[in-house]
Design a protein around this ligand. Structure first.
Ligand code: IVH
Length: 705
């Protein structure tokens, strides 16, 4: 069925088709993730997903609660015990080009305020599956897959059959969790598939699937008959450190009997890393096993510890992926999408083309400068070539990121091709679309009168990190937004839905598409449940530009109650005390403050906020008693030069322990941490009798916390 046929689908046909696709994709997911035996190719899988998404886009109200669009991965296979990892198994941030690597080094240096030599290890990224091996007193007691990072599958008996995994270690720490990758060599993979085919069994799509399928066999005898290998590259829980550097720790694992990758090198600086990357890339085809990039890790383990982790990835490592896949195709058109903050985003509609096994028909064009062949600073990109509808363009896809249009072939440009004129008016509401000085993005100025912004704001409002209302997702928002009987145009309308429906004799919702009596009642209960909402979630949910989760938490911690927050931002005008106080909050700059204040002082936005607040009971911030932390709930100010950590690090650490970090000293300050060169803040602290510590004093206070 092609695009035209899709256009002609009736609602009934669409519903049936979505049900069929949900079932097919569920089966494909299970086959791939749980059984490690893909039944369809990646390209076929993607085509089904795209078809599903296209139908959902045309009939948003029909999107299923179990929509394949919202799924990632698959549940753990039945039959294995579960293992909670004592130390989480994380993933890695990706770098796709040289600049990403330089940025990585830069970020590490800035975070640590480190100017001297900074060494990294560089080693192949093995394309297998990760495994955590726990040794107690030198004996292998448990092997677990990564699972969701917190809980994996217990595959101990299977791991015991792998020759590269020692059963006993001599001279190891009392507790040692060794982490690494299980993989299958190309030769073993080919032989296994040949044996399987001869025996009439299933064959595997690639070595990674074969390795995963072989490790996750309920019968260890089958695993034993499959040639799996293991490279050690990291560790989890430890009763004592292995070494002081990454490089030596890995060498220690080798001494204990593990295989470590022979292409692991110690490098100094980005040039060295990139050099080694190219060396590994050149050998990729002859290694005899699959790798998909090179992993760089800060060598000094003390620095690793200081850098710590983001929510799912360490700050001290990055995976530099091998080159993205490229393909050329025709640019059929440019659509403009309007986002939550009014940003107009150009999307390339492409003649579908396969890029690295995935069919791509849309790609981002970033912004109007990008189309015109300029970067944000006005410098030429692509040698200044602009992009026109009808051009042949190069599509670039790297990993899971949104495909991009990277280049244009001028030799194939039609003579009558016209430069693309970026709209100066919002295509959704007709309001002027303006560019602020220094902003690469043109934005619709319509605010809440723009239906696209209004609906995107509502979607943000109900999203997972905001109100997270069960049963009220993007699909339902689209439906209610366009509903004539029970419209939801602003967040407050969500909280009046039940009353409005009741006033109609409860008839409206339950007869609606997708809603029966029970689901309607459930939805109302879920909404009711969120009338009590923590302050930071509410601030984030408002969807104000620049006010992300971190900023929302900062404001919530600073003001503690909705009333205090609201009063402050209502009265904050450049020059006022409230404005100065807002700017004094650590991490709050003029851009963020102006955006927040503008939202609260714009009459229609303000009306929507007030109407919402009237529906809610906002829970004030309760200080997390960050388990035994001596600084939980305390307001801390850092001043002067810190020598053992950067400001960013000091702040992140203090906040992780439940402290509130402020930018200026007042009577409310509990602790001033003053390094050399401290001036007026130190005096101010003495005036208010605030406890003052030097950096070592502070570190001693939080030590072990
Ligand atoms: S280090 C805290 N090193 O890549 C990070 N991971 O995309 C620990 N992987 O989950 C991982 N080769 O399964 C590391 N040399 C290597 C690796 C490697 C493959 C896998 C690993 C990880 C995934 C992240």
């Amino acid at each position: 069925m092609d695009g035209t046929e899709l256009d002609q689908l009736t609602e009934g046909e669409a519903r049936a088709e979505l049900a069929r696709l949900a079932q097919l994709l569920e089966q494909a997911n299970r086959a791939y993730h749980t059984l490690d035996a893909p039944e369809i190719s990646d390209a076929e899988y993607d085509a089904l997903k795209r078809r599903n998404a296209a139908i959902e886009a045309r009939f948003p109200a029909l999107k299923r609660a179990d929509s394949p669009s919202d799924r990632v991965g698959a549940p753990l296979a039945d039959g294995f015990g579960k293992v909670a990892h004592q130390v989480r198994m994380l993933s890695l941030e990706n770098a796709f080009d040289d600049a990403d690597v330089t940025d990585f080094e830069d970020r590490v240096r800035k975070y640590l305020n480190h100017a001297g030599d900074l060494a990294f290890t560089a080693e192949p990224k093995i394309d297998g599956l990760s495994l955590s091996l726990r040794y107690e007193r030198g004996v292998l007691v448990q092997a677990a897959t990564r699972g969701d990072g917190e809980v994996g599958e217990n595959v101990t008996e299977n791991a015991r059959t792998i020759a590269d995994i020692p059963q006993r270690l001599v001279g190891a720490p009392e507790v040692l969790e060794v982490r690494g990758e299980v993989y299958m060599s190309h030769a073993d993979f080919a032989a296994l598939n040949a044996r399987q085919a001869a025996a009439g069994g299933k064959t595997f799509a690639n070595p990674r699937n074969a390795a995963a399928g072989s490790l996750r066999q309920l019968d260890p005898a089958i695993t034993a008959a499959r040639p799996l290998r293991f490279f050690a590259y990291s560790w989890g829980a430890l009763s004592e450190p292995l070494a002081t550097t990454q490089h030596d720790a890995i060498a220690r694992l080798a001494q204990l009997g593990f295989q470590i990758n022979p292409l692991t090198r110690l490098c100094h600086g980005p040039a060295d890393l990139l050099d080694h990357y190219r060396r590994i890339e050149a050998q990729r085809a002859t290694l005899g096993y699959d790798i998909d990039g090179v992993v760089y890790k800060v060598n000094d383990l003390t620095l690793q510890a200081r850098l710590g982790f983001r929510s799912a990835t360490p700050r001290w490592a990055i995976a530099h992926k091998f080159a993205a896949e490229l393909a050329w195709t025709e640019l059929l058109g440019i659509d403009i999408q309007v986002g939550r903050t009014g940003a107009l985003s150009p999307v390339a509609r492409l003649r579908p083309v396969t890029v690295g096994g995935v069919v791509v028909s849309n790609a981002t064009l970033h912004n109007e400068d990008y189309i015109a062949g300029r970067d944000a600073k006005g410098n030429e990109i692509r040698g200044g070539k602009d992009i026109r509808i009808g051009d042949w363009v190069q599509v670039f896809r790297a990993g899971d990121v949104i495909p991009k249009v990277a280049d244009v072939d001028l030799s194939r440009r039609k003579i009558d091709a016209q430069p693309y004129v970026f709209p100066k008016e919002c295509p959704e509401c007709g309001s002027p679309a303006l560019r602020e000085e220094g902003d690469a993005v043109r934005r619709c100025s319509g605010g809440l009168i723009c239906p696209a912004q209004a609906v995107e704001r509502l979607k943000h409002f109900v999203s997972r990190h905001a109100f997270d209302i069960e049963g009220l997702g993007a699909k339902q928002i689209e439906m209610f937004f366009r509903d004539a009987d029970l419209p939801v145009k602003t967040p407050a309308d969500i909280f009046t839905l039940a009353a409005r429906d009741a006033a109609n004799g409860l008839k409206r919702l339950k007869n609606r598409d997708g809603f029966g009596e029970t689901s309607a009642r459930k939805l109302f209960a879920a909404i009711e449940d969120k009338r009590r909402i923590p302050l930071d979630r509410l601030i984030f949910a408002l969807g104000i530009r620049h006010v992300g989760e971190v900023a929302a938490q900062t404001f919530a911690r600073h003001y503690s109650t909705w009333e205090a927050f609201e009063a402050a931002v209502t009265h904050a005008r450049p020059g006022s005390v409230e404005w100065e106080q807002l700017l004094a909050i650590d991490g709050v700059g003029a851009t963020l403050a102006s955006s927040l204040v503008a939202a609260f002082q714009n009459p229609s936005e303000r009306a929507a906020i007030d109407a919402l607040a009237a529906q809610l009971e906002v829970q004030p911030v309760v200080w997390r008693a960050a388990a035994d932390s001596p600084v939980a709930g305390k307001t801390v100010v850092f001043t002067g030069t810190l020598e053992k950590m950067t400001r960013a690090e000091a702040k992140a650490r203090a906040e992780a322990l439940g402290a509130k970090v402020a930018g200026s000293v007042s009577a409310k300050t509990d602790i001033l941490v003053a390094g050399p060169g401290a001036g007026s803040k130190l005096k101010e602290a003495q005036k208010h009798g605030v406890t003052t510590l030097d950096e070592d004093g502070w570190l001693a206070l939080i030590e072990g916390a």
